[in-house]
Design a protein around this ligand. Structure first.
Ligand code: IPE
Ligand code: IPE
Ligand code: MG
Length: 248
């Protein structure tokens, strides 16, 4: 995929995505919600491929939230199977061939079946040296849970109050080496964060698209990046200061 109208010097380094709208996609077609999740897995694969082609270094996707356990039991089971069987078995080798490094973020608690954890570990292990895009699958992930877990880590370390700062907290996040997302995308026309990466998106550009996740393809990723490149990121500075700070 060539970059066409995108500015190669201003590509987001890290794109985070809330993959929403699977259920509505299925309903529109008179299909069970589970078919939406199946189609969503395909969309994720295509998006990972597009991220590699666009040279995006980090792609983080919200696959299953700490709140999603409250869905009907059968849907939860299906979702876990789609992730563990389709994504982590069938697709794993394809992603590996594309040079994708796959990682996971979330709580490894009793609710996640052992065999799923094992498969996640195997996948991470297999792809750990890959140099193209790092795809992080947020599974049993909650932004508040992550912050709580980081605080627990600090407390367990015996940190004194004056040792608690942003850098110390960051060291205890699930993936401390991951840069903050530059671009945050949510599909399906909903305008909310739903507990995704609360700490990390403090300065991300937010882009909301109307497309339902199973229809998401490389062209939608490009559309979001195009919108991102139209924004001016100021990080607290004035527009003038920011203009001066820009190279060139
Ligand atoms: C996103 O699609 C998938 C997950 C939350 C796991 P939804 O299943 O939330 O689809 P809608 O929002 O009901 O359409
Ligand atoms: C967010 O979508 C979670 C994932 C995409 C995994 P939801 O569909 O669960 O979010 P809400 O419930 O509409 O806020
Ligand atoms: Mg939803």
């Amino acid at each position: 995929m060539d970059l066409d109208d995108l500015d190669p010097k201003r590509m987001p380094r890290h794109v985070a995505c809330v993959m929403d709208g699977n259920g509505r996609w299925a309903k529109k077609r008179g299909l069970p919600r589970t078919e939406g999740h199946r189609a969503g897995e395909e969309a994720l694969f295509e998006t990972a491929k597009a991220a590699v082609e666009l040279g995006i270094e980090w792609l983080t996707v919200y696959a299953f939230s700490t709140e999603n356990w409250r869905r009907p039991h059968d849907e939860v089971r299906f979702l876990i199977n789609v992730i563990a069987d389709d994504l982590l078995t069938r697709r794993r080798d394809q992603l590996h061939e594309l040079g994708v490094r796959i990682r996971f973020a979330g709580r490894r608690d009793w609710r996640v079946p052992k065999w799923v954890l094992r498969r996640m570990d195997e996948t991470a292990q297999l792809t750990r040296h890959n140099k193209a895009t790092t795809v992080t699958v947020a599974f049993n992930y909650g932004g508040r849970a992550e912050i709580v877990d980081a605080v627990r880590g600090l407390v367990a370390e015996g940190a004194r109050p004056d040792q608690v700062d942003e850098r110390a907290l960051r060291r205890h996040m699930y993936l401390p080496d991951m840069p903050d997302p530059d671009l945050f995308i949510r599909t399906s026309g909903e305008y909310r964060i739903s507990n995704f990466l609360l700490w990390e998106i403090a300065y991300s550009e937010l882009v909301f698209l109307d497309v339902l996740w199973p229809d998401f393809r490389g062209e939608h990723l490009r559309e979001a990046v195009r919108e991102y490149q139209r924004r001016e990121r100021r990080f607290g500075l004035t527009g003038e200061q920011h203009g001066e700070a820009l190279p060139g």
